[in-house]
Design a binder for this molecule. Structure first.
Ligand code: ATP
Length: 335
């Protein structure tokens, strides 16, 4: 059976890494058809808007999108296209795995295998109620956390633990100081955790969590937290295992799910064929898990690891002399 997904090639290195990712997916014969849609600068130039209605319709219809990085030009209506997509599709769960891989310039070449599940739609990060007093002396921001928002993200984290065979969920908060917002998140998280007695659950205050991540990251399995803490923690985790070139992310809602590389458009290397396609490929792995093809997701991840282990055709960011396509071809031969 074939499934159609929306493919957004994006800006900068986006088209190059997407070619590489689709090459590997095609080699795997996973039964995907691609509906290519525009967003970002390409869309602005072709259609006069950053997020054309046709692209939104395609994501709504297919419910799954694989997306390269996009440029949001300053002064074009949104602060970020990615944030806009999250809002429009209510993509409430941001899921960022961080795993040690061989032959990466990383602080933890082994031992890290964790997933950050970040609430994506509320809290301080969305910048609600921002204002600056007339005299420029006082700035304000509203932070809203809801029972519904907290419940669905914590449920998502525990369901993920169940389906992925993970053992532990760590609730990360700052309820000792942010008693209302983080307090509500923690209260609801404790209630949800009780419904999953087979999954170990612990709680950590966010500052302690950051220290523990740097000192003993192997103790973590799944982390669930609010929007701003999750934003910071997930980049910290990417840094532990070798940076953004190997960091995938998924934005998941009830109506749609968008899978992407965490890095940006890398204008400094765009068009040179030097970009590392791994982050987008690992995001494709998350997508295969999501659409009910976990065995193919494992095949893909194992082929990536084997290629890294063999140091075969790696891109310059990983110390190799290969290019985007030679790396993808080396992965495809190991599928
Ligand atoms: P943007 O504004 O789109 O976020 P940026 O340049 O600020 O772009 P990134 O695109 O994430 O941020 O790039 C940060 C650095 O990491 C750059 O030096 C870039 O070349 C490098 N980089 C990012 N992604 C990759 C990749 N896939 N392969 C190799 N290098 C990468």
């Amino acid at each position: 059976m074939t499934q159609t997904i929306t493919v957004i090639r994006g800006d900068g290195i986006g088209p190059e890494i997407m070619d590489a990712a689709l090459y590997v997916l095609d080699a795997m014969r996973v039964g995907l058809q691609y509906e290519e849609m525009d967003a970002g600068m390409v869309a602005l130039e072709k259609h006069g808007e950053l997020l054309p209605a046709a692209t939104m319709d395609s994501i709504r219809k297919n419910r799954v999108a694989l997306k390269s990085p996009l440029t949001t030009p300053i002064g074009e209506g949104f602060s970020s296209i990615n944030v806009e997509l999250r809002k429009r599709f209510d993509l409430y769960a941001n899921v960022r795995p961080a795993k040690s891989f061989p032959n990466t310039k990383s602080r933890f070449p082994t031992g890290v295998d964790l997933i950050t599940v970040r609430e994506n739609t509320e809290g301080a990060y969305i910048g609600e109620g921002q204002s600056l007093s007339e005299d420029g002396e006082t700035a304000l921001l509203t932070q809203k956390v809801t029972r519904r928002g907290s419940e669905r993200i914590v449920r998502y984290a525990f369901d993920l633990a169940r389906s992925a065979g993970r053992k532990k969920v760590t609730i990360v908060h700052k309820a000792n100081i942010l008693k209302s917002t983080s307090g509500l998140f923690l209260k609801v998280a404790r209630e949800v955790a009780q419904k999953y007695p087979e999954i170990e659950c612990n709680e950590l205050i966010v500052d302690n969590c950051c220290m523990q991540l740097v000192m003993k990251p192997e103790q973590f399995d799944i982390i669930v937290t609010t929007n701003l803490f999750g934003d910071i923690i997930s980049d910290l985790c990417a840094g532990l295992v070798g940076g953004l070139g190997l960091a995938p992310g998924a934005n998941i809602g009830t109506e749609a799910a968008i899978f992407e590389a965490v890095h940006g458009t890398a204008p400094d290397i765009a068009g040179k064929g030097l970009a590392n396609p791994c982050a987008l490929l690992l995001a494709a792995g998350q997508m295969l898990d999501h659409i009910g093809q976990p065995q193919n997701a494992t095949r893909l991840r194992e082929a990536i690891v084997a290629t890294l282990e063999a140091k075969d055709s790696l891109t310059p960011d990983l110390g190799g002399t290969g290019n985007t396509m030679s790396f993808a071809k080396a992965i495809a031969t190991r599928i």
